[in-house]
Ligand binder design. Structure first.
Ligand code: PLP
Length: 443
């Protein structure tokens, strides 16, 4: 039984009088049906202040790969909290975590820890520019690397302003950022090697770095086309450009060693956040010695009061313990639940005769509804940002509002996160809710 949203509505009204916009991150303002208030999470479930229960596929927007309130992570974090919160000094847990990451991650010769993915991205870009003595960074249309000035470009650009497909314009996402050429960021289409090759050839000696999500998780969970990441690696090596994999979402999710482990491609620098600590705030900048030694030598600036904060480091170690346990049973569980949902949603598409797009992986996948008149074939339909615009965002938002009311919490952008805590029962209940929501909103 749904208990309504009266308490959440009242809390949001109250919040708006002191908290800008009533939320602590602009992204949350777009939640459907509106920003709700939660008071408890456990495993795959979350409860709001009105007493409604949800099967949660938001999972903190990625971190909770082991589900909410994982016993091992909570225990390790609490134990460390009782030993002190912050020393502003070295502690042995940070060595243990650094050694673990260096052992697990192919490109990690050396690491540094921080708090958020955004600041670790900032560190990687600074390092790449310092190491190469060049200014320009290439990023890809539709990809997100955090909210900081130097990279918040062309995440969801308006196609009428975004330039030609093979010459996209660099568009700031927020007033207050430098726009266009001043930004030293060049935006290219993803999954299209010839454009990257041509750009690097025409701008020899100018490009410091190419930064990419190795799977385009922030837009339609688009996998790399065969050969794309391999080609990117070769081109970066050829042009002596630093290749940065932003693994804030894919890290410790797509496999223990992230996308670089899953696809067998070694970037020069990489960034982790989210799933590395199952909800505790910690990020990691890792990379090959050639570059990381500039930070090690104190030549390139990197700092932060909360870097390597002991409770979060303890939480990260406990997370890695759980992820490595029983030959990676957590991955098998999350994948199983995710693939069952992918299959089930494709089954619903057939049953209801709807052209749904379901693509990605088990551990993270995308669901979208094509706009009327868009021709689709089965399986993967979207390979780049511009094609993702053929999805009907308004219709999907209506679907999200409806299914949230049925006890299934999902992200309005279409990406579904899975955890090892999701069960067969969760999958069955979710498919039942999805069918009802599709019939209500889409059919
Ligand atoms: N990079 C990617 C791929 C992300 O998805 C995000 C956040 O969603 C970030 C960077 C920024 O991380 P944070 O929100 O921890 O600053």
């Amino acid at each position: 039984m749904h208990h309504g949203y009266a308490k959440s509505i009242a809390s949001l009204e109250r919040a708006k009088r002191s908290l800008a916009g009533g939320v602590s991150s602009n992204v949350r303002a777009g939640d459907k049906p509106f920003p709700l208030y939660f008071e408890r999470g456990m495993g795959s479930k979350l409860w709001d202040v009105d007493g409604n229960e949800y099967i949660d596929f938001v999972l903190g927007r990625g971190p909770l790969f082991l589900g909410h309130t994982h016993a091992g992570v909570i225990e390790a974090t609490c134990k460390q909290l009782q030993m002190g919160q912050i020393y502003a000094a070295q502690h042995e847990l940070e060595i243990e975590l650094a050694e673990r990451v260096c052992r697990i991650v192919p490109c990690a010769d050396l690491v540094r820890f921080g708090i958020s993915g955004s600041e670790a991205v900032h560190g990687a870009l600074r390092l790449a520019r310092a190491a190469t003595g060049r200014k320009t960074v290439i990023k890809f249309e539709g990809q997100y690397h955090g909210w900081l000035d130097n990279i918040l470009y062309s995440l969801g650009p308006d196609p009428t302003r975004a330039g030609e497909w093979d010459h996209p314009r660099t568009l700031a996402e927020s007033p207050g950022q430098f726009d266009g050429e001043e930004s030293h960021v060049v935006v290219l289409p993803w999954n299209h090697l010839p454009t990257l090759e041509q750009y690097l050839d025409q701008h020899r000696g100018e490009i410091a770095a190419v930064i990419t999500e190795p799977v385009m998780c922030n837009t339609a969970v688009i996998p790399p086309l065969p050969g794309f990441l391999e080609g990117m690696r070769e081109l970066c090596t050829k042009h002596d450009v630093v290749l940065i994999f932003d693994e804030v979402i894919t890290g410790f999710r797509l496999s223990l060693a992230g996308a670089q482990g899953r696809f067998g491609i070694k970037p020069d620098l990489t960034i982790f956040g989210k799933a590395i600590a199952n909800g505790m705030p910690i990020s990691c900048l890792a990379g090959i010695e050639k570059y990381m030694r500039l930070i090690a030598a104190g030549k390139v600036g990197h700092g932060g009061t909360y870097n390597s904060i002991p409770p979060a480091v303890a939480g990260a170690i406990a997370t890695l313990d759980a992820l490595e346990q029983d030959e990676h049973a957590a991955y098998a569980a999350a994948d199983r639940a995710g693939l069952a949902l992918v299959d089930g949603l494709r089954g619903l598409a057939k049953k209801l005769n709807l052209p749904l797009v379901v693509q990605g992986y088990g551990v993270i996948f995308y669901l979208g509804f094509p706009k009327q008149g868009v021709a689709l074939h089965e399986g993967q339909a979207i390979t780049d940002y511009r094609t993702s615009l053929t999805m009907d965002q308004d219709l999907y938002s209506a679907f999200v509002s409806d299914i949230v009311g049925r006890g299934v919490r999902i992200i309005p952008r279409g990406n579904w996160f899975l955890s090892s805590a999701h069960t067969d029962d969760d999958v069955a209940a979710t498919l039942e809710a999805a069918e009802a929501a599709l019939i209500e909103v889409v059919v």
